[in-house]
Design a protein around this ligand. Structure first.
Ligand SMILES: [Zn+2]
Length: 210
C-alpha cells in the first residue's frame, strides 16, 4: 500500500473570536481551513471509522519539547490542565515541539493557535507534529498565551497517534472554537467535551478566567 500518497498534514486550532473583530482591525474573522473540512468528512462516516481499528483511548499524557521563550506560558497551561483533568505532561527532546510561530490563514481568517498532526487515509493520527501560538496573538485577542496553549494542548491530548483525528470543539469555554472575551475558562462544558475524548482522571472545572 502506498501510504505516503494518503498522508495529510492537518491543523486544528483556535481562532480569534468574532466579537473582537469589531474592535481589532488585524482580525478578519475566522473560518475553518481545509484540514478541518477533511476531518469533518471523516467524522461524518462512522462506519468507515469503525472499520479502521482505532486504538483504545491512550493514557492522558504527553511529552513536550518546549521552546526557550515559551516555557513560562507552557508551565501555566500544563498546570491548569493537570489540575482540571488529571492529565499529565513531561519534558522530552523527542516530545511535541511547542513554540511561537506564524499562523496559517484559514479562509481569510486569523488563527491564534494551532495543533498540527499527520494522519493516514483512514483519518488515523500517525504523528503529532507541533503546537504553535501565534507570534502576534496579543494583537488578535485578549487571551494569554497560556490560555491559547491550554486549548491547543487539549487538542494534542485527544489526537494522539492511533486515534481518529478530531478537531471538534465544545460549545463554550476554553475549548470552544473561538476566543470569546472572558471565555478562557476550562469550564464544565469544555471539560465534559474533552473528557469524553481523552482519559481524564479528574474533573475539576476552573471557576475563573486566567
Ligand atoms: Zn481548537
Amino acid at each position: 500500500m502506498n501510504r505516503e500518497a494518503f498522508v495529510k498534514s492537518v491543523l486544528s486550532g483556535l481562532c480569534a473570536g468574532f466579537c473582537l473583530c469589531a474592535v481589532a482591525a488585524t482580525c478578519q474573522g475566522c473560518a475553518y481551513g481545509d484540514g478541518e473540512r477533511r476531518v469533518t468528512t471523516f467524522q461524518a462516516e462512522p462506519e468507515a471509522a469503525a472499520e479502521s481499528a482505532i486504538a483504545p483511548m491512550p493514557a492522558c499524557t504527553l511529552e513536550l519539547a518546549v521552546g526557550p521563550n515559551i516555557q513560562t506560558a507552557t508551565a501555566r497551561a500544563t498546570a491548569r490542565i493537570t489540575a482540571a483533568t488529571g492529565c499529565t505532561f513531561t519534558a522530552s527532546d523527542d516530545g511535541i515541539p511547542v513554540s511561537y510561530g506564524e499562523m496559517r490563514a484559514v479562509d481569510g481568517g486569523v488563527a491564534c493557535g494551532q495543533n498540527a498532526n499527520t494522519y493516514d487515509e483512514n483519518g488515523i493520527v500517525l504523528t503529532e507534529d507541533a503546537v504553535t501560538v501565534a507570534t502576534n496573538y496579543q494583537d488578535l485577542v485578549a487571551w494569554s498565551a497560556s490560555s491559547i496553549l491550554v486549548h491547543e494542548l487539549m487538542h494534542a491530548l485527544i489526537n494522539q497517534p492511533g486515534q481518529n483525528f478530531d478537531t471538534s470543539h465544545a460549545a463554550s469555554g476554553i475549548f470552544a472554537a473561538h476566543t470569546e472575551p472572558g471565555g478562557d475558562v476550562l469550564n464544565a462544558d469544555s471539560l465534559s467535551y474533552f473528557c469524553a475524548r481523552a482519559a481524564c482522571t479528574d474533573f475539576a472545572p476552573e471557576p475563573t478566567t486566567h
